[in-house]
Each structure stands twice: as C-alpha cells, then as structure tokens.
Design a protein around this ligand. Structure first.
Ligand code: ATP
Ligand code: MG
Length: 281
C-alpha cells in the first residue's frame, strides 16, 4: 500500500525546451471534424503545438480558422477526432469524465468573451464557486483575495448587472485564478471591452503571468493586444501557418495605443491622397 502511494503515474517523456521549461501543452497532429448531417466540417487539420510553463501566448487567425475549437480541446472540454494531447505529461485521451472534470477544475482557469457569470450571484459568491466544487476550506478568504488581486476589493457584494463590462471580466478572471491553476485559457477576453477596460484586463493577465508564472493562452483578433504577449500563433483553415516570438512585448498601459483619430487620419490620407502624413504636413 505504502509503495503504491509513492509510485508515480508513468508519463511519456515530458518535453523540455532550451531553458529547461516543461511543455504544459504538447499536441501532436490534432484534427477535429464536426459532422453536420452529411457534411463534414474540418475545423482542425493537423495541429502540432507545444506551449511551455510560464509562456504567454496569443492565438490569432480569421473567423472560422479553428481558434475556439483548439481552445476547447486544450481545456479538455472536448476531445479531438485524432491526434494526441499531453497536458502536463498526462495523455488526456486516456482520462475518464471524472478525471477530466478534476483536471479542468484544478489545473485550468477559463475566461470567455461573454464573461459567463451567474446573473443573480454576487462577485464574491461567483469566485467562491470553483472552490465549492473542489471542497476547499477557507473559500471566502481566498475568493476575497482573488477579487482584491484584480482590483475589485470594494465590489464584493455587487451583482454582474451592477458592474461595468471590464469589472465583470475581472470577476471572471478572479474566478479563473482562485483555484491557483497552472494554466489560463482565455477566448477573446477583451473582445467585448472598450480599449481602456481591455488594457486593464491585459494588465491583470500580464501580472498573473509574471508574478505567479501562470501559463497563459489567449485568443484575440486584435494585433495591438497580441503585441502584449510573448509569442503569436496564427491559425488559418485549421492549421498553424505562423508561430513567432514577439520581438519586444508591450507592457499594458505603458504605451499609448494610436488613437482612433490618428488611425482614421492615416486611412483618409491613403484613400484620398495616397501619401504619408509627412508629405502633407
Ligand atoms: N459545434 C460545431 N458543429 C459544427 N461545426 C462547428 C462547430 N463548432 C465550430 N464549427 C466550425 O468549425 C470551424 C472553426 O470554428 P471555430 O469556432 O473554432 O472558429 P474561430 O477561429 O474560433 O472563429 P471566431 O473568430 O469567429 O470565433 C468553423 O468553420 C465552424 O463553423
Ligand atoms: Mg472563436
């Protein structure tokens, strides 16, 4: 019995990168086919990807390129049609429903575009919920600390309808981090936010990544947001078409985004005059 307790689950060779970081995500030739009546939709057509502990990665690509499908598989919310997925060295395809639910609850924090908060539940309660499923003691204190970490220490008893969009998303982030996950998966978390709230939310993700070393995978359509991450993976038609390091990642809030007026000005000059600003000033 005692021996059994110490016997570690045999895992396949966990891949390590040049800095000695373990691959938290290791997917090999993953495909996903949705069956729609007679029609097969090939949402993923052979994706290979490794993401190492502590990385901050964004996934970009046109609408329909398979970003959300990939996130569902990464989050063990859905199984691929073929291919392998090792999450922290564990073969996800070999896990049963109960083990999957356990991994989702303990290892992964999810943040979605639409916040997914319960309407009639206070911020504090929302953040306590994942701890209740896990039967963790000291729930209230931990939930309060998570809300303080995202700057909502004074909004504990507010309902979602009593919070701004940015604040609601911060509640969702507090809910994702309260279980101290190894990884955060976020599908367009700034998609519904104005640029100021988007910056605040980005600041929190960056801080969680730096201070707590939480591996973060982040879907965005916005190249400006992607420049705040360390690595960009580009999907198109269900395959990875580019995978690059961001040369000098921006720190949220430190660099001003070009204003809408400036961007418009640039567009008008190009459309009407076909020249650059310097030529006309
Ligand atoms: N449950 C489903 N059943 C059938 N087809 C689906 C399903 N989910 C996604 N698809 C199809 O799979 C493809 C990839 O969809 P996915 O949602 O992953 O795209 P996406 O890159 O997240 O797009 P967006 O940027 O619009 O969110 C699309 O062609 C979509 O129509
Ligand atoms: Mg999507």
């Amino acid at each position: 019995m005692v021996l059994k307790l110490f016997k570690r689950q045999k895992s396949p060779d966990v891949v390590v990168d040049e800095y000695g970081r373990r691959a938290v995500i290791d997917i090999r030739n993953i495909t996903k086919v949705y069956q729609m009546g007679d029609v097969e939709v090939h949402a993923l057509r052979g994706v290979n990807l490794r993401i190492y502990e502590g990385e901050f990665v964004s996934i970009m690509g046109p609408s329909g390129s398979g970003k959300s499908t990939l996130m569902y598989i990464l989050g063990a919310l859905d199984q691929p049609t073929s291919g392998e997925y090792y999450l922290d060295g564990v073969d996800v395809s070999k896990l049963d429903e109960k083990e999957l639910a356990n991994i989702r609850n303990k290892k992964i924090g999810f943040v979605f575009q639409s916040f997914n908060l319960l309407k009639r539940t206070t911020a504090l309660r929302q953040v306590e919920l994942p701890l209740m499923y896990g039967g963790v003691p000291g729930r209230s204190k931990r939930a309060r600390e998570a809300l303080e970490a995202v700057g909502l220490g004074k909004r504990l008893n507010h309902l979602p309808s009593e919070l701004s969009g940015g604040q609601q998303q911060r509640v969702a982030i507090a809910r994702a981090i309260v279980t101290e996950p190894a990884m955060i998966l976020a599908d367009e978390p700034t998609g519904n936010l104005d640029s100021r709230s988007g910056t605040e939310v980005m600041q929190i993700f960056q801080r969680m990544n730096k201070e707590r070393g939480i591996t973060t995978v982040f879907v965005t359509h916005d190249p400006w947001i992607a420049r705040h991450t360390e690595r960009v993976i580009m999907l198109r038609d269900g395959i990875v078409v580019a995978d690059r390091k961001v040369a000098n990642p921006l720190m949220a809030g430190e660099t001003e985004r070009p204003s809408e007026a400036e961007e418009l000005e640039g567009v008008f000059q190009e459309v009407y005059y076909g020249g650059t600003k310097e030529e006309y000033n």
